[in-house]
Design a protein around this ligand. Structure first.
Ligand code: ADP
Length: 192
């Protein structure tokens, strides 16, 4: 099985480009953000706990998202691999992922990182707030916290995966969506 991580700050275009990647490579798209929003919509206990954290721009606990990913790995059939979107977001999650894969004799196939500068994060998230109506996209405070959370907790993963020889980066800053998507797909082709 192939295990790819789609990495990048909020608003980099991970969710947007994931669709084309999973279609071309017969992968299952696993977005922890989407899985959490589904729990919130369904009104589960987990969803109730996650809601406040997400709307504050903080992360939900590592164990919660690790459990979601592990059960998705177990319960997904008929694909050639997985595209992880929004996971891992902390060093602890990255280590947990390595352990999950190693337990089954598997390893990470590569990290596809989409980079944009902080100013563009704000512009993209504002645009998305109008289109998708996500509560965590609406307020400046939440957006600022998410940017801070990204730099403090998630950005260190770049070094972690560089050291492992798994890190690959493209720029996601072109104003034309298809240009950014073509960069992501070209990198996937190199990795596969
Ligand atoms: P974006 O890429 O725009 O930040 P996501 O849909 O990936 O949006 O995530 C939305 C929110 O869900 C995050 O800000 C965080 O609160 C929570 N979340 C998603 N993935 C994780 C994760 N791996 N660990 C902890 N919290 C997560």
């Amino acid at each position: 099985m192939k295990y790819y991580i789609l990495f990048g700050p909020p608003g980099a275009g991970k969710g947007t480009h994931a669709a084309a990647v999973v279609r071309d490579y017969n992968l299952k798209h696993l977005s922890t953000g989407e899985l959490l929003r589904a729990e919130i919509a369904a009104g589960t206990e987990l969803g109730k706990k996650a809601k406040a954290l997400i709307e504050a721009g903080a992360l939900v606990p590592d164990e919660v998202v690790e459990g979601m990913i592990e059960s998705a790995f177990k319960n997904t059939k008929g694909v050639d691999g997985f595209l992880l979107d929004g996971f891992p977001r902390t060093l602890a999650q990255a280590e947990a992922l390595d352990a999950m894969l190693a337990k089954n004799g598997e390893e990470l196939s590569g990290v596809v990182s989409i980079m944009i500068p902080d100013e563009l994060i704000r512009v993209r998230i504002k645009k998305r707030a109008n289109e998708e109506g996500r509560a965590d996209d609406a307020s400046d405070d939440t957006i600022n916290n998410r940017i801070r959370t990204y730099h403090n907790q998630t950005e260190p993963l770049i070094d972690y995966y560089r050291k492992a020889g798994k890190y690959h980066e493209v720029a996601g800053d072109d104003p034309v969506l298809e240009v950014n998507r073509a960069r992501v797909l070209a990198l996937m082709q190199e990795l596969s």
